[in-house]
Ligand binder design. Structure first.
Ligand code: SAM
Length: 253
């Protein structure tokens, strides 16, 4: 399709991704629940529990979109530590996605202590973020949409404090044969159809499926994280739901 990256010159990818997310912004949260049967919520909860942020943690959530990770992070700090000093800066290239996130935040209890900041920005060039300034860097279902993964990782390394942690949640490769068959059927046949029927936007959901297919597998992505300078523990990743998604983490020392 015209959304397949192989047929799209590199310099057009950013524009294309911009159009896709402007188009899906208003239906993004509903469609996420609908298409993943709500499972993305469990993945995100586990992601935050693995982070286990302490009081006062400064998080940078890149490609933060509608604020799912940011709000979960603040909820965790409030619930586990009764902490209202933790802070999250959400950066996303798409103003429409960010506007939804900002709206959710303004309706939340966290607004009263100014615990979040929403800014438009590019993961490949985090212009307003100082070197060695954040405790944790997260990017959830965002990195596969970026044109240059190596530049994203380099920026993550730059902005993290020594001892800080890089954490990525992303769709990945399913290896169990039977599950893979079912997953391929679901993603190639059903997701674009659902996108067309429920959100009236087949192309954007076709893009979603193709972008997942073209993203590096667990081991290759872990290698890229190490090449950017991060230290990993064990394999450096954990599979979620047979590898439908994976969490990759690395430390800056
Ligand atoms: N992090 C959210 C979540 O987990 O639900 C949103 C993920 S959404 C699938 C992907 C987001 O990546 C979109 O909001 C999109 O605008 C953003 N994005 C794509 N390319 C980007 C880039 N180069 N820099 C920053 N954000 C980007």
């Amino acid at each position: 399709t015209h959304f397949g990256f192989q047929s799209v010159p590199e310099e057009l990818k950013e524009t294309l991704v911009g159009k896709v997310f402007s188009s899906v912004a208003s239906s993004y949260d509903v469609m996420n629940d609908f298409m993943s049967f709500g499972i993305h919520r469990l993945w995100k909860d586990h992601f935050i529990h693995t982070m286990a942020p302490g009081p006062g943690t400064k998080l940078l959530d890149v490609a933060g979109g509608t604020g799912d990770i940011a709000l979960r992070f603040l909820e965790y700090c409030q619930k586990i530590h009764s902490d209202s000093t933790a802070h999250v800066r959400v950066v996303d290239i798409n103003p429409s996605m960010l506007a939804h996130g900002s709206e959710r935040y303004h309706k939340s209890q966290f607004k009263q202590n100014n615990q979040a900041l929403f800014q438009v920005g590019n993961a490949e060039c985090l212009e307003n973020v100082e070197d060695s300034s954040v405790d944790v860097y997260t990017i959830s279902f965002g990195i596969r949409n970026c044109t240059h993964i190596d530049r994203v990782l380099k920026e993550a390394y730059r902005v993290l404090k020594p001892g800080g942690r890089f954490m990525c949640l992303e769709f990945s490769k399913v290896d169990a044969p039977f599950v893979k068959q079912m997953y391929d059927l679901y993603s190639f046949q059903i997701i674009p159809q659902l996108g067309s029927i429920v959100a009236n936007d087949r192309d954007s959901y076709q893009y979603l499926v193709e972008s997942i297919r073209q993203f590096p597998d667990q081991k290759r992505f872990s290698q890229m994280i190490q090449e950017a300078g991060f230290a990993t523990v064990g394999d450096g990743y954990e599979n979620f739901t047979f590898g439908v998604a994976a969490m990759h983490t690395g430390y800056k020392f």
